[in-house]
Ligand binder design. Structure first.
Ligand code: MTE
Ligand code: MOS
Length: 759
């Protein structure tokens, strides 16, 4: 089934935040943010800004009626700076004016006196100074200290991975409207409507039931709107609260890039030990996460780095420690993969370094160590592994050795162009690692004409979750999809939602929808019995006594005179409820953060990709020739959407690993602050070929209709592009010493190509 949004997207009719019809009297907001990364806020002067015609009011921290606090996991982040600023871009004042242009112009006239304080941008420096967001955590299995003596080869090193700008096409924004009795409705471009609601209530000193948050869809979130959409929703609510007027704020791209956090940069150390047979016996890693100035989601992101530190490999002895380091950058946040990619990069670098030392392809080590079913992860969960299946199928379909020798052949015959190839197996755990967040609700109404309305906590952000919700209802009821409408995500209809994140939205909300539909179906069956269409207890036959197929009622496999609509109407006449609010939590998951052991994931997603690149050895530029993968979809319920998620994820992952380069200067100012200085993949830089082969498994799992979560895992195939580029450079300049430092930009490629020996 096609993504149900494709029709309105194509016609420009989809409603994003900026398309919500604007009410008469709406005011517009813009933020004055800190020009300094760290300092004492001595005074804020708004007098000149207030003289700009059309400026209504300018709010600062002292206008906050409740708590000036937006920190979710750790209460360490002010909405508006009161006494100190902690990053360039930290909101200080909120200008409200009669137009967007006036608000933005007036912001330039706000003046702040800030006494600068020392700025830290480097996570290792922050750690040295004891600036940690939370105490460090260590995941441990076996005993690495004992294992080193049994290793034939031991390799040590360090890595850097840079951040990544989310670059959702729709920038952050919100629109607040006053309601009766002091209530406020906030339209928000957020992945977490409940987070916006909860924080608005906290900041305004109101109860949550007076705040309604409504989200139609996002023009992309990618994690950037899981926590960081809250600021704008709450700021609009604050202004609306005081002025009793609708207030809207849709951020300019440069405001968005400057004021919001990104993927966490990591600086890491590794030590890996292998046996003569290339079995990885021991692995140690230390991760220094650049959290930025406040916790935001950093503790959870850091945790996932530890969960995925061994990627797709079984390693009997692991010690991995992570530090969440407080620096003076905008608080970094969720980004597709949520710390997983950063952890996986380090083990891939360790393997690559060992392979370079042994003069063998990394794939020889990778293949030997893939997780098997029953192997234990460092956190105690036992794998139900598809890692070998994916790898073997990749080999069977694409012939790994042949591809590798083709690359060698090409390189032997070409001087100015070199190819590189790398394999990238992935393993990604599905579930929020915070167990309590794994819950969802769905509200299903069947109307008397047989049409169906669904509301869930899931937010549509391009990943197709609404289409999947619709498919669930269509399949359970066996009715035409055109009868079903998926409604906006609204905190009045579905309360206490978890954000749409962790790739788990379709599973959690889909299962809740399935339960709701089955419950209604049960009642309809009873109505069928009461109407004597169905005689109860006909006996135990193979054929289901009651069934709806393509909108017709079947009894004992025989089509009756009754349609879906007729039965629905009969139920209504009998005063039977045609609505259901269902609740779902996945069974069997638990985790003990004290012991760092448990069974945190409902299941894992596996896959293997082969990436081939070509570099131009005169200019340092490159192309990704192909990404060929075998991906573990379970049993995909929507191949078109799932393939789209794979392709998008791969391109986004390649962008992170190759061309996207965030630059903050030593003063903590973002230098790559616009699309002219920050390059994301465009149509010319996507791989010339992406082939995804689905590993279809019919094994039971906790996914909705056994269709495994697909939102984040494919991003990590992009890591293969980094290692393929390294290999290509090495083919030209074998003596190049290339630090494990991503992204591998064309500049870095060029420098390494012509790095003199012994540099
Ligand atoms: N796909 C599109 N088109 N736009 C997005 O913003 N976000 C990704 C992924 N795919 C995203 C996307 C992220 S970060 C997550 S966690 C999942 O979608 C969330 O949706 P799901 O739980 O329904 O997979
Ligand atoms: Mo996705 S990073 O979990 O929003």
């Amino acid at each position: 089934m096609k993504n149900i949004d494709s029709y309105t997207h194509l016609r420009g009719e989809s409603i994003y935040l900026d398309d919500v019809p604007v009410l008469n009297g709406t005011l517009f907001a813009s933020v004055f943010d800190s020009p300094v990364a760290h300092g004492k806020l001595v005074s804020v002067d708004i007098t000149e800004a207030m003289t700009v015609p059309g400026v209504i009011r300018i709010f600062t921290a002292k206008d906050i009626p409740g708590e000036n606090q937006i920190g979710g996991i750790v209460p360490d982040e002010e909405l508006l700076a009161s006494t100190h600023v902690h990053f360039c871009g930290m909101p200080i004042a909120l200008v409200i004016a009669t137009s967007d242009e006036i608000a933005k112009a007036a912001v330039k006239k706000v003046k702040a006196v800030i006494e600068p304080l020392p700025v830290i941008t480097d996570p290792r420096e922050a750690k040295e100074k004891g600036e940690l967001i939370i105490p460090p955590r260590t995941f441990k299995s076996g005993d690495t200290a004992m294992a080193w003596s049994q290793c034939e080869y031991i390799v040590e090193g360090n890595t850097e991975t840079n951040g990544q700008e989310h670059l959702y096409i729709e920038t952050q924004g919100a629109y607040a409207q006053p309601q009766e009795n002091g209530a406020i409705r906030v339209y928000s471009s957020t992945q977490g409507p409940t987070a916006v609601q909860r924080t608005a209530a906290r900041v305004l000193g109101m109860s949550m039931n007076f705040i309604e948050v409504d989200t139609t869809r996002l023009g992309g979130g990618f994690g950037g709107k899981e926590d960081q959409a809250t600021t704008w929703g709450v700021l609009c609510a604050l202004a609306s609260f005081h002025l009793k007027k609708p207030v809207k704020y849709s951020l300019h791209r440069m405001e968005d890039m400057r004021m919001t956090g990104k993927r966490h940069p990591y600086s890491s150390d590794f030590k890996i030990g292998l046996t003569k047979e290339l079995k990885i016996l021991a692995y140690e890693a230390t991760f220094y996460q650049n959290a930025g100035a406040a916790a935001d989601l950093s503790p959870a992101v850091m945790e996932r780095t530890l969960f995925h530190c061994n990627n797709s490999y079984f390693i009997p002895n692991v010690t991995a420690t992570a530090y969440s380091c407080r620096t003076h950058l905008p608080p970094n946040t969720a980004f597709r993969g949520f710390g997983g990619p950063q952890g996986m990069f380090v083990v891939e670098a360790a393997i690559a370094k060992a392979a370079e030392l042994l003069k063998i392809p990394a794939s020889a080590i990778q293949e030997k160590n893939l997780l098997k079913t029953g192997d234990e992860f460092p956190y105690g969960q036992k794998a139900e592994s598809e890692a070998n299946e994916c790898w073997n199928k990749t080999d069977e379909l694409y012939n790994i050795e042949k591809m590798q020798s083709d690359v060698e052949l090409f390189n032997a015959g070409n001087k100015l162009f070199k190819k590189g190839i790398a394999l990238m197996p992935i393993c990604f755990g599905i579930s929020f690692t915070k167990t309590l967040m794994n819950q969802a609700r769905s509200l299903v109404h069947v109307y008397t004409d047989g049409s169906v309305g669904i509301s869930t906590g899931a937010v549509e952000m391009g990943q197709g979750v609404n289409t999947k919700m619709l498919q669930v209802a269509a399949r359970v009821f066996s009715i035409d999809p055109s009868r079903i409408k998926v409604n906006t995500t609204n905190t009045h209809r579905i309360a206490n939602t978890s954000p749409t994140a962790a790739s788990a939205a379709a599973d959690l909300n889909g299962k809740a929808t399935e339960i709701a539909c089955r419950e209604i179906l049960k009642r309809l069956r009873q109505v069928a019995e009461d109407e004597k269409i169905l005689i109860a207890d006909i006996g135990k036959t193979e054929i289901p006594p009651f069934e709806i197929k393509d909108e017709w009622i079947y009894v004992n496999g025989k089509k009756t005179e009754w349609t879906w609509t007729k039965l629905v109407m009969a139920a209504y006449i009998k005063r039977v409820s045609l609505s259901e609010l269902a609740h779902y939590t996945p069974p069997g998951i638990h985790f003990d953060p004290g012991k760092e052991k448990g069974h945190p994931f409902a299941y894992h997603v596996y896959g293997t990709a082969i990436t081939t690149v070509t570099i131009d050895c005169i200019r340092g530029i490159y192309e990704v020739d192909s990404v060929k993968a075998v991906h573990d979809f379970g049993s995909s319920m929507n191949t078109m959407i799932d393939m789209g998620q794979c392709e998008g994820g791969i391109v986004q992952g390649i962008g992170w690993m190759t061309m996207e380069e965030i630059v903050y200067d030593k003063e903590g100012k973002l230098r790559s602050n616009a699309l002219s200085t920050y390059k994301v993949p465009d149509i010319y830089s996507v791989p010339k070929e992406i082939t995804i082969h689905p590993l279809e498994t019919q094994k039971d799992n906790l996914a909705i209709f056994r269709s495994k979560a697909v939102g984040e895992p494919p991003l990590m195939y992009g890591i293969g592009a980094y290692f393929a580029l390294r290999n290509a450079v090495k083919a030209f300049n074998p003596s190049a010493v290339i630090p494990y430092d991503a992204p591998m930009t064309p500049e870095k490629v060029l420098m390494s190509l012509y790095q003199p020996p012994n540099a």
